[in-house]
Each structure stands twice: as structure tokens, then as C-alpha cells.
Design a binder for this molecule. Structure first.
Ligand code: 8YV
Length: 312
């Protein structure tokens, strides 16, 4: 008998087809009222497959007596109570090693888009504005100072790319990372004060909630840009909106938000902001690699083998 699994959010069609061939897949997201479905299948569920931003609440986990693994199609575990999972003997896997490139690419794309006014200028050209006028000058990126908040796999890939732009690279972590040539700063406000572009690349969750607050934004200042490819929760969003509206910072490139997919409407009116619907790892290449890793982790679990990419 195929094991029964709960799929929390859609994946690529070909990955879902592979899931379907190996498991009985229940999809609460595909029905208008998920509760009766979850209640009916809960006693049989042996695996949850979910996304980094969806996770699996402890309340859901507690309803699944046969649950043995939560396979995250992503690297974020901020929406999973890892201690609770451990206490219940539930294994958790992530798709480490396959998405840092794409997320770093997105950080660079947002940095360029916002500083070089790519999106607002595109709108200007489409609206026929060039026929009768021109646009303000943009800001240069090459040779500027970048500050990376968090230097895990993704932060390092951002730094590597920034080297290609001859940027001066600083980073902020609690303790310095051994073996990297970049300048370490222990305090986010100090990092923000010293750079032209602040890129948020930390993990999410309680430990980093509101790490970028008014003090950090004001330290970045009216010439500074911020980019967030981490989690919306890391930036105090109300303060970010206020800083943008009041032009206390120069602009923002944002892939993630506090209450996705709800985005503060004040941002829609701002030409200094580039918005993306949490797309950093969303390429065909990366989603395929992530999906295959989810499948590999599930297969290893059900065959009693060592899990390829468990949470550390
Ligand atoms: C994905 C993410 O968009 O890795 C993560 O934690 O947030 C993203 O890469 C997400 O996991 C898909 O839901």
C-alpha cells in the first residue's frame, strides 16, 4: 500500500506527478473547505510535504499520529516548530544546496532594478513618456558598499556576486564567519550606517523578528537601498513603509513580506520600490532540483535509509 501524504502547497506538475505515482497524495489546498478532508485523512498521514513559507503548524502536526517526516520544499524552517517535531520523533528535511544561486541572483536583480530604476523606467517608456520627456538619473552599483545581514549559503553567494561588481563587502552575523575575506560587523545598525545597499539574507523566525527596525533604517539613511530576499518578518514592515514614504531611505527591492501575499498598499504608490511575489527560488531549474530533493528525502525515509538533507 502506498503511504499517504499531505501536500500543503502546489509543486511543479512533473514533481506532483512523481509524488502521485509513489504516494497517495492529499491536497487540502485544492478543495474549498480543507477541514473535512484533513479530519478524514489525518489518522493515515505519514508525511507532510510543504513549502518554506507555509511550513506545518504544531496544531496540524499534533493531529497526525502516524506522521514521521516533514519534507520542506525550501530551506526556511521558521514556520515549523523544530523542537516540537523532535519531541514527537518527526524528521524534518529541507532542500539545502540547490537554491542559494537563484536566491542570490534575485537579490542582485532587485538591487539593480531598484538602483537603476529598471521597473519605473519600463513603465515610463510603455506609457509613452519618453516621447515628451525624460527620467531622473539612477544610482550606480559597481564599486559601492554592500552590507549583507546574515552570511549563510545565500549570503555568501550574494557576496560572491557582489565581488563581480567590485563592491566593498561587509556582513553582519552574531559571530564572525571563519575564512571569509569580508568585513564583519556585529550590529545591524552599524552595518547599515556603513553601506549603500543593505541586503537581508538571514533566517526568519523569532530570533530575527524585527531585526531591521527604525534604528537600522535610519542608519541606512536617505541615500541607502534595502533588499530583502529572506523573510518579511526580519524587517519591521510598518517602519519600512514609513521610511520609504518619508524618503528616509532611497528605495527597496522586496521579494518577501510579513503577511504574504498581503502587501501594504502604501508600497504600490512608490516608484522607489520594486516588488516581487516571493519568487527568488522560483525558476524551472531550481524548483525541479528542489522537488527532486523532496522526493529523494521521502524515498529515503520510507526505505529506512539516511535522509539526504535533514535539518542540521
Ligand atoms: C520557496 C522559501 O519559495 O526556501 C524557502 O524557505 O521560502 C522559498 O524558496 C518556498 O519554500 C516554496 O514554498
Amino acid at each position: 500500500m502506498k503511504p499517504e501524504i499531505l501536500l500543503i502547497e502546489p509543486m511543479m506538475a512533473e514533481i506532483e506527478a512523481m509524488l502521485d505515482s509513489a504516494y497517495v497524495v492529499h491536497r487540502p489546498f485544492a478543495v474549498s473547505d480543507p477541514e473535512p478532508l484533513v479530519a478524514k485523512v489525518a489518522p493515515n498521514i505519514r508525511a507532510i510535504v510543504t513549502g518554506g513559507s507555509s511550513g506545518a503548524s504544531p496544531a496540524l502536526v499534533a493531529r497526525l499520529p502516524q506522521l514521521g517526516i516533514i519534507a520542506v520544499n525550501g530551506v526556511g524552517t521558521d514556520k515549523i516548530d523544530l523542537a516540537d517535531a523532535r519531541a514527537r520523533g518527526v524528521r524534518v528535511t529541507i532542500t539545502s544546496g540547490v537554491l542559494a544561486d537563484d536566491v542570490a541572483d534575485q537579490a542582485i536583480a532587485l538591487m539593480l532594478a531598484v538602483s537603476k530604476r529598471i521597473v519605473v523606467n519600463d513603465r515610463f517608456v510603455r506609457a509613452g513618456g519618453w516621447l515628451t520627456g525624460n527620467v531622473p538619473l539612477a544610482r550606480k552599483i559597481s564599486g559601492k558598499r554592500i552590507g549583507i545581514l546574515g552570511l549563510g549559503n545565500i549570503g555568501r553567494e550574494i557576496a560572491r556576486r557582489a565581488e563581480g561588481f567590485a563592491m566593498e563587502i561587509s556582513y553582519c552575523t552574531r559571530t564572525p564567519v571563519a575564512g571569509v575575506p569580508y568585513r564583519h560587523v556585529a550590529d545591524p545598525a552599524t552595518l547599515a550606517r556603513d553601506v549603500d545597499i543593505l541586503v537581508v539574507a538571514t533566517v526568519g523566525g523569532a530570533g530575527t523578528k524585527g531585526l531591521v527596525d527604525r534604528r537600522v533604517l535610519d542608519a541606512l539613511g536617505p541615500e541607502g537601498f534595502i533588499v530583502n530576499i529572506a523573510r518579511g518578518s526580519v524587517i519591521d514592515e510598518a517602519e519600512l513603509v514609513a521610511a520609504l514614504v518619508e524618503k528616509r531611505i532611497a528605495g527597496a527591492g522586496l521579494d518577501v513580506f510579513e503577511a504574504e501575499p498581503k502587501i501594504p498598499e502604501a508600497l504600490f504608490a512608490l516608484d522607489t520600490v520594486v516588488l516581487a511575489p516571493h519568487q527568488a527560488g522560483a525558476t524551472i531549474e531550481t524548483r525541479t532540483a528542489m522537488g527532486r530533493l523532496v522526493l529523494d528525502n521521502l524515498a529515503a525515509y520510507f526505505e529506512g535509509r539516511e535522509l539526504p538533507t535533514p535539518v542540521a
